[in-house]
Design a protein around this ligand. Structure first.
Ligand code: FAD
Length: 626
């Protein structure tokens, strides 16, 4: 049976309207209702070429945005989930809802800090650790979007339970099957997935996740039949409950060094859980520090690769970006939607000066900002996942990379805003509220939980820096083949009939800003011919990536609103307007920072604090043990 991720959901030709020329020379379809697969051959003639994912992802919407083109023709018929596929997802969500109501007490998991083993086994026996696994292996056979939807639903009831499913589905052994070549290793992984193993991804080490070279080592045995692993990993999700782990380690063999990936059975002698981490949030998530002492791994359980680092192998990076969709983006959406709902409940209950709180100007702005941000995040998630299969995943790679920061930072804003809205009742624990008979909304827990997403999978500013280097600027170094196209201003986009006048203006503005960003990237690459010199100016890259993320989000939010309006649902237009208005203020601020030519002496202040005592007066009256 075909792997579900390979199912192509091509829209039948009859569903497409007459073709219009676009300013980019590509065929454009009018915004007629568009169902099914957005990644069609007409739009991406090379989509089945066996290219490196980075090359293919440049054909996608964000890849084109890096080149200065807002390809409205790609997004305007915003994809809708295929009806049959949606029914499958709805059915599993309904089933999961019943299961969670009967078996999961999120407050108890928060209080005890553990997911009971019986619950874990119940999740396993019902196949919730096999959401996207093909049915031939006993899995649910869900599409990527349905896997995401089910995980989001579980997270909305109990975040740590959803998180353990997400880590397994997103980064576990089954998640990376597509990157394993046919042969004994693939057969072994498939067999273990069929057995129902729980797994995770063990990469981070005490020295820091951003260090490229793993200090965990893999050394071939003398007889050449195995590798021996030694080292330590920290913050490994599912680490203390996993049967099988994908472990990164530095292999030295034949005078060559490779950072490779090993499939390690946790029953192997020498593997041990050193400790479970206690975290600020996500209480109950099994996350652990792990030790590897002479752990023997059969030779065929190393991922064969020609590259020096697993990150450079085709598909592994796109698959790990997909993993972050399940882990970070689904979680951010789940918590944000709950904040939106709690805001409504609170505002229904509370009055100020004898008036409904919801009648006040500032409150209306805050509530609409949260509603608009939820819609924008959903637009990013849907665009990044709808109709995507393993074959077409690279076309959404840059989108999925961007989604991590877009979602986690938006969720942090929403949780913080909701905290101010609910005021003291927001800051109070759910337990305390329940004890005094007030609605026990666990908002303070959400604020603690949400902070994890800006760290897990990479600290946000470091993710921005890496994404700018590997995404945006990979198009400008060593040289930009499209440089000449950027010399003249972009032609305006065709008027979008399904957007309000305000949103049409936002769209034209976004297109101009996309061009401005590309032109700035080109100018920077010319000013700094040595890419390393530009990359050392970290803030510049971070700002450029944040600009990209804002422009991507604005584009898909407008496209989603236009598509819904074309399907008779005009309500999202106002949400898109609220979102874009706020995003434009952020854009202005980002540009102001990017344009600044005279700056404070950051290096000097930092150095004075770190290397001397001239700034120690800052600590006056604070009693710190030295
Ligand atoms: C809830 C949670 C779940 C997790 N799950 C997993 C998991 O399942 N598997 C796994 O392997 N890991 C996991 N992690 C680890 C996570 O991926 C790392 O914590 C994250 O990538 C940050 O790495 P670090 O904590 O080692 O910080 P470091 O990388 O050590 O960074 C420390 C600080 O230095 C900064 N920094 C580092 N390098 C640079 C640089 N070049 N320039 C400027 N600043 C820099 C960072 O931004 C940060 O502020 C998890 C973490 C959390 C919180």
């Amino acid at each position: 049976m075909a792997h579900p991720h390979h199912r192509a959901l091509h829209a039948p030709p009859a569903a497409r309207g007459p073709l219009l020329p676009s300013r980019c020379g590509a065929e454009v379809h009018p915004a007629t209702p568009h169902r099914g697969h957005p990644l069609q051959k007409e739009q991406h003639p090379m989509s089945h070429e066996p290219l490196h994912p980075a090359t293919r992802s440049r054909e996608g919407f964000v890849g084109q945005l890096f080149a200065g083109k807002l390809r409205w023709d790609l997004v305007r018929a915003f994809p809708e989930q295929d009806a049959e596929e949606r029914r499958q997802g709805d059915a599993v969500i309904a089933e999961v809802e019943q299961f969670l109501a009967a078996h999961v007490d999120p407050d108890e998991i928060e209080r005890t800090g553990r997911i009971p083993p019986e619950l874990r086994e119940a999740l396993r026996s019902r196949g919730y650790y096999k959401l996207q696994v093909e049915q031939a292996l006993g899995g649910r056979g869900l599409s990527m979007l349905n896997t995401f939807r089910v995980i989001e639903a579980v997270m909305s009831v109990c975040l740590p339970v959803g998180y353990t499913l997400a880590i397994h589905s997103g980064l576990g052994a089954g998640a990376i099957i597509e990157a394993v070549q046919d042969g004994p290793l693939k057969d072994y992984v498939r067999g273990r997935v069929a057995d129902g193993v729980i797994s995770g991804w063990a990469d981070t080490e005490p020295i820091g996740a951003s260090v490229r070279r793993a200090s965990t080592t893999a050394v071939p045995t003398e007889d050449g039949t195995a590798y021996v692993l030694n080292g330590e990993k920290v913050f490994i999700g599912n680490g203390s409950i996993a049967d099988l782990l994908n472990v990164t380690a530095t292999l030295q063999e034949g005078g060559r060094e490779q950072i490779s990936l090993f499939f390690v059975e946790t029953s192997s002698p020498g593997f041990h859980v050193r400790a479970e981490h206690g975290l600020m949030g996500l209480r109950g998530l099994p996350i652990a520090a792990l030790g590897f002492e002479n752990v023997r791994v059969p030779k065929e359980r190393m991922l064969a690769m020609a590259q020096e680092h697993w990150r450079n192998t085709p598909l592994l990076e796109p698959l790990s970006a997909l993993g972050r969709m399940y882990i970070i983006v689904a979680a951010s959406l789940a918590l944000s939607k709950k904040c939106l709902q709690w805001s409504r409940g609170f505002l229904h209950r509370r009055l100020a000066q004898g008036r409904r709180l919801g009648d006040f100007d500032e409150i209306q702005r805050q509530v609409s900002a949260t509603a608009a941000e939820v819609f924008a995040m959903e637009s990013v998630a849907r665009w990044s996942l709808t109709g995507v299969t393993a074959d077409t995943l690279p076309l959404r790679w840059f989108e999925q990379v961007a989604a991590k920061n877009i979602a986690s930072l938006t969720c942090a804003r929403i949780a913080d805003r909701t905290m101010s809205l609910l005021a003291a009742e927001g800051y109070e624990t759910a337990e305390s509220k329940a004890a005094r008979g007030t609605t026990p909304v666990p908002l303070e827990r959400t604020l603690r939980d949400a902070r994890a997403f800006r760290v897990a999978g990479g600290v946000d500013f470091l993710v921005d820096h890496k994404a700018a280097r590997e995404g945006l600027f990979s198009l400008y170094y060593p040289s930009a083949s499209h440089a000449a196209e950027l010399e003249s201003p972009p032609a305006p986009l065709p008027v979008e009939e399904h957007l309000s006048p305000r949103n049409r203006e936002h769209l034209q503005h976004t297109a101009r800003e996309v061009h401005r960003l590309a032109k700035r990237s080109l100018d920077l690459s010319r000013r700094y011919p040595d890419a390393g010199v530009l990359y050392a100016r970290q803030r510049t890259l971070i700002l450029m990536n944040q600009l990209c993320n804002e422009l991507f989000t604005m584009s898909v939010t407008l496209a989603h609103a236009a598509a819904l309006a074309s399907r008779g649902q005009p309500q999202a237009d106002a949400l898109a307007d609220v979102y874009c208005t706020a995003a434009r203020y952020r854009l202005e601020d980002l540009w102001r920072q990017a344009d600044a030519d005279a700056e404070p002496d950051f290096a000097g202040v930092s150095e004075r604090w770190l290397s001397g005592d001239t700034l120690d007066f800052l600590l006056s009256d604070v009693l710190i043990r030295r």
